[in-house]
Design a protein around this ligand. Structure first.
Ligand SMILES: Cc1cc2nc3c(=O)[nH]c(=O)nc-3n(C[C@H](O)[C@H](O)[C@H](O)COP(=O)(O)OP(=O)(O)OC[C@H]3O[C@@H](n4cnc5c(N)ncnc54)[C@H](O)[C@@H]3O)c2cc1C
Length: 331
């Protein structure tokens, strides 16, 4: 690992100032992703600014009738918080499917939003990777791409976003709250606009501006608290990232679907919201044939690579199963 300066910030203003004063700064949350990447020589900050102790540690009621999750709360404390479990159990279920308990104890919500892809070409510095080194090429495009994207990829990058938390946030809808480096004025970013598709600039995972500090995640009114399911398909039942995951929430009125939230993980450079399927489901009677049609519509635009055609069929089946389990309340 290369030498770097470590600063433990005691206020947001101090963190923003320290960031502005450094050439290659990084905020430090739980360090579960960033420190690994520094050990692999993928990330090379000259300054680490510890922000995990800042006072954004609570879940608070907000003006939208929902709750705001502090960015510095651990993933464990967020998933187990009574307001999160009661009001957004889909989020809770997704979060506890991630990593291991020890990692979730360290990981913060802000860091989870910015965790980087697990593409092996990104981690292996002897291989080409436009995300790590713009202009070097994409090793996965014609290489080993079984774990890669089937939606929204470009010739520059076929990597996927690995976050389970973010897949659930895409299904629920959320707003990311950040402080800007100009002295700390607040900016709100709708979740759908937070992460980016790779296009020609895969080195940019999100639409955050340099130096912005994430301080919260706002959720609207409680959603899908009766009918929800997070289905994660992976190579091991623990300690593994999703090959494909589905966050599914249904709001029912009698035997009609009045609202649906659906998103997939493991299939695109950003959490992949299934808007066409959500629209199709509204007003329908929940039954297998309806869920199957929703899955067909969701996967209609899939563009698999050489090694990941399996994700298309797996994705359809996962959508049907997640919707069925949400409907039958078998979480
Ligand atoms: C072995 C292993 C298995 C895992 N399995 C899964 C899994 O199955 N599913 C899953 O979803 N995740 C998984 N993870 C990833 C884990 O969830 C992330 O590492 C974690 O959420 C990152 O949070 P952190 O606070 O440790 O971030 P850090 O490592 O501290 O930071 C990550 C990035 O966020 C930036 N950052 C941190 N906080 C802020 C802030 N407040 N404002 C602005 N920038 C900030 C940092 O500068 C850095 O760029 C796994 C990790 C490991 C090591």
């Amino acid at each position: 690992m290369r030498p770097y300066e470590y600063i433990r910030s005691s206020s947001p203003a101090e963190a923003l100032r320290a960031n502005a004063a450094s050439e290659k700064p990084h905020y430090l949350g739980g360090g579960t992703n960033l420190i690994d990447l520094m050990k692999e020589d993928v990330e090379r900050p000259d300054t680490l600014i510890e922000v995990s102790g800042l006072d954004f540690q609570s879940v608070t009621a907000n003006a939208a009738g929902g709750y705001t999750l502090g960015a510095m709360i651990s993933n464990t404390d967020t998933a187990n918080h009574p307001e999160v479990k009661n009001n957004y159990p889909l989020l809770s279920m997704a979060m506890v499917s991630a990593a291991t308990e020890q990692i979730r104890n360290m990981a913060t919500n802000g860091g989870n939003l910015l965790q980087r892809t697990r593409c092996p070409y990104f981690y292996e510095t002897s291989m080409p990777c436009n995300k790590r080194e713009p202009g070097s090429g994409c090793g996965a495009l014609t290489g080993m791409n079984a774990l890669h994207a089937i939606f929204g990829w470009s010739k520059s990058c076929v990597a996927v976003n690995p976050s389970d938390m973010c897949t659930a946030l895409a299904a629920l809808g959320a707003t990311v709250v950040v402080l800007q480096p100009d002295g700390g004025s607040e900016r709100r970013i709708p979740f759908a606009d937070f992460h980016r598709l790779p296009g020609d600039t895969p080195e940019k995972d999100t639409n955050l501006e340099p130096g912005e500090l994430i301080v919260g995640i706002e959720l609207g009114e409680p959603k899908f608290s009766d009918n929800y399911y997070y289905l994660k398909i992976r190579e091991r039942s623990s300690y593994a990232f999703a090959l494909v995951s589905v966050a599914a929430g249904l709001q029912l009125d009698g035997n009609r679907i009045v609202d649906a939230g659906l998103a997939m993980g493991g299939v695109a450079h950003k959490p992949w919201k299934l808007t066409a399927a959500e629209e199709y489901l509204r007003g329908k009677v929940p039954e297998a044939a309806v869920f199957e049609e929703a899955a067909e519509r969701a996967m209609a635009d899939a563009r698999p690579l050489d090694d990941n055609e399996y994700k298309v069929e797996m994705g359809k089946k996962a959508i049907v199963r997640a919707l069925m389990q949400a409907y039958e309340r078998t979480a």
